[in-house]
Every structure is written in structure tokens, then in C-alpha cells.
Design a protein. Structure first.
Length: 152
């Protein structure tokens, strides 16, 4: 193969991967856009690095940031390029979410779920041996707790 063909193949693969990333995230990002705009108008009331999982079957994909703006919050990648490429950029309106402790084999997680009909994607966040602060921040922002909080 010539160098030009190699470059064309590489560029085609990159275009397919980026196109897939955009198409996969488009519905969620479109739903979240008004919430993102509302969030940007509020000051940051809490920010912390946390570990992250999308579901119980996925591998841990941290670290990410938990950023709270009044009664809204986001779970977002610490690296801006990764927010776009792997979709680690979630927004929530706290009064429309629930938080619940999920016991794991190696660690415990806080599961964040949107109320039915909100379109919010369920995710799990946590910090080893320090989930109580995250729980308290989310509940103060307006999230509805399910079950007891993590131990101090």
C-alpha cells in the first residue's frame, strides 16, 4: 500500500469512531442541553474527584469530577477530550434523582438514578471509604435517598 492509502484508511477509521461517538451521545446530550444551560448560571457549590461506573457490568471508568451547582450536578470526565469521545458527561437535576448505596465486592458505590421519564442515565460514583460526604452533598442538593446513608 502507498502512504496516501494508509493515511486515507486511518482518517476513515477516525471518522467512523468519532461519528459513532457523536451519534451514540446525541439523544442524551440534546435532552440535557437546557439543564446544562441552567447549571452554568449557578455557582459551583461543591467539586470533587470520584470514581465512576456506568452499570454493574462495566469496569470502573474513573476518575471523574462530581460538580454540584445548587440543585443541579454533573458527573464529568476530568479530561475534556474524553467527555466527547467516551460520553462521560452526565447532568442531573437533583430533585429529579434518587441516590442509593450499592454494596460491591471490593467497594461500595452511590447509584444515581433519574426519575422515570427524565431521560437521565443511571451511574455509580464513589470514593474508597469516603462515600458519606458525597451522599450528604447530593441529598443537600435535593436528591432523594433510598435506604440508609453510608457509614461515616
Amino acid at each position: 500500500m502507498t502512504a496516501a492509502v494508509n493515511v486515507a484508511v486511518i482518517l476513515a477509521v477516525i471518522a467512523v469512531v468519532l461519528g459513532y461517538a457523536v451519534l451514540q451521545q446525541w439523544p442524551r446530550r440534546r435532552w440535557e442541553e437546557p439543564l446544562r444551560n441552567e447549571m452554568r448560571e449557578q455557582p459551583v457549590t461543591f467539586q470533587s474527584g470520584v470514581d465512576f461506573k456506568e452499570d454493574s457490568m462495566s469496569a470502573e471508568r474513573g476518575p471523574v469530577n462530581l460538580i454540584v451547582h445548587g440543585d443541579t450536578f454533573e458527573v464529568t470526565s476530568q479530561v475534556p477530550a474524553f467527555r466527547f469521545l467516551n460520553g462521560t458527561d452526565y447532568c442531573y437535576h437533583a430533585p429529579d434523582t434518587t441516590v442509593e448505596m450499592v454494596r460491591g465486592v471490593l467497594r461500595d458505590w452511590i447509584e444515581i438514578c433519574g426519575q422515570p421519564g427524565t431521560g437521565a442515565v443511571p451511574v455509580k460514583i464513589g470514593r474508597r471509604k469516603d462515600n458519606r460526604q458525597l451522599w450528604d452533598v447530593l441529598v443537600r442538593a435535593g436528591a432523594h435517598p433510598i435506604g440508609p446513608p453510608p457509614a461515616r
